[in-house]
Write a protein that binds this ligand. Structure first.
Ligand code: G6P
Ligand code: MN
Length: 436
């Protein structure tokens, strides 16, 4: 079987990594055609030039189509890999800066920045799903679009039967960092993790090469040796330093690094510059690199120096597609409706858990015991505030959005919540639905 793949958000700087991973996996997962779909013509075209170059460079004669039209993008497609970012990095900059200007965490998926993005994302993403349902109702949608819990909740309400799998690469990145830092081989691991997206904990990691849970020694090593962060960008280095601090404070589990925004907003704020955030780093880095690469390719078609490579972000989504196609029941951390899988958490929460992936889709693995009150309490507040945001979206309700913002655990009082909400309404304009 040969597959037609569409990358929605084709103009993204992550597209080359995904395509190069697809090329690496041609034996297990042959590709018949690659399509890039975006609403931004210039970015999609830039990426078409880069991908065309990469295909030729690696000796592949796979047809490539770049299009702005949903009908062309999705008709006859087998898999859609979605990584759209509604509003682009330009709006991410505002998600990060507006809260920071009020002295609270400004981040793209956590805190109120994540909620601003969530409101934009739901509107754009539900439009995308509706197009896919129209032109390719049988296609699998493998989704990376953030903020994932909010997206997953809104899709569940609007398209309960859509063939969508919501995935985040953060947990494998954490596992890779642990393995690299302390010389483990991840291929032997069976990890138990629970939480919401960007809001969870590793409970244990069973290592089949030694037949035991190695979590206690991993925690020891994080506390006493610290992660190896030499090759990381500054922003991620800081993140993992704060993660070490979280492990020292709460040494029973390994937390998702994104919990730093809720448990240590004080430290995050010390390292934040309201005039230059992660969005600025990306504008000056990833996005410039796209433009420079396009120029290089156009100048001299035979250039050998192109900086893109297959990466774990790409590998994770391609492995998932292979597991569906080959019915191989591989294990992935995925974002799924709880339905009792975490026994003492509300059933209608959208949670992140290990799951098996096969031709039928996703089969979540239930926990055998309750989670501790500390984690449950943090999660319950987060679930409620995210659900209120999704309610606000579907009901056009200002009041629910205000309640959602007030309940967010990065927010010290309802007055700040209201100020930030009003500024986001203004800044987002038509990217948001109208709130009355
Ligand atoms: C991780 C998360 C993604 C997030 C990304 C941000 O991969 O899982 O959800 O979007 O980090 O990375 P960036 O380089 O864009 O700041
Ligand atoms: Mn993620």
């Amino acid at each position: 079987m040969s597959n037609v793949i569409t990358i929605a958000g084709g103009g993204s700087g992550h597209t080359p990594g995904i395509v190069l991973t697809l090329l690496k996996n041609q034996e297990d997962f042959p590709i018949q055609e690659i399509r890039l779909y975006d609403i931004d013509e210039e970015r999609n075209h830039d990426m078409e030039i880069i991908i065309d170059f990469l295909l030729k460079k690696h000796g592949f004669d796979i047809p490539l189509l770049a299009t702005l039209k949903p009908e062309e993008a999705f008709t006859g497609v087998d898999f859609v890999f979605s990584q759209i970012r509604v509003g682009g990095i330009e709006m991410r900059e505002l998600d990060e800066k507006i809260p920071l200007n009020h002295g609270i965490v400004g981040q793209e998926t956590c805190g109120l920045g994540g909620f601003s993005y969530g409101m934009r994302s739901m509107k754009g993403f539900l439009g995308l799903i509706s197009d896919i349902q129209e032109y390719a109702p049988d296609a699998w949608i493998l989704n990376y679009t953030n903020p994932e819990t909010i997206i997953a909740e809104s899709v569940r309400r609007s398209f309960p039967d859509a063939k969508i799998i919501n995935a985040c690469d953060m947990t494998i990145s954490i596992e890779e960092l642990i393995a690299d830092s302390f010389d483990y081989d991840r291929q032997y691991w069976i990890s138990e993790y629970y939480g919401l997206n960007h809001f969870g904990w590793y409970k244990n990691i069973y290592d089949r090469s030694v037949n035991r849970d190695i979590m206690p020694e991993i925690i020891e090593k994080i506390i006493h040796q610290g992660f190896k962060t030499d090759d990381l960008e500054k922003n991620w280095e800081t993140t993992y330093k704060i993660m070490e601090h979280m492990v020292k404070s709460f040494p029973t589990h390994v937390p998702n690094n994104y919990l730093q925004y809720y448990l240590h907003p004080n430290i995050v704020l010390e390292h934040s510059d309201p005039d230059y955030t992660r969005a600025n780093e990306i504008l000056d880095g990833r996005l410039k690199e796209i433009k420079e690469t396009v120029k290089q390719i156009q100048k001299a078609k035979d250039i050998t120096e192109v900086h893109y490579e297959s990466d774990s972000h790409g590998q994770y989504i391609v492995d998932m597609a292979i597991s569906i196609q080959n019915n191989s029941n591989k294990r992935f951390m995925l974002i799924v409706p709880n339905r009792g899988a975490i026994p003492n958490l509300r059933e209608d929460a959208v949670v992140e858990l290990p799951c098996y992936v096969n031709s039928k889709g996703v089969e979540p693995i239930s926990l055998r015991e309750n989670i501790p009150d500390f984690h449950k309490g943090l999660m319950e507040a987060q679930v409620a505030s995210e659900k209120l945001l999704v309610d606000a979206f579907f009901e056009n309700s200002y009041q629910k959005a205000f309640e959602s913002f007030s309940l967010n655990q990065t927010v010290p009082n309802a007055d700040v919540a209201k100020k930030v909400l009003d500024e986001f309404i203004e800044a987002n304009g038509d990217y948001w639905i109208e709130l009355n």
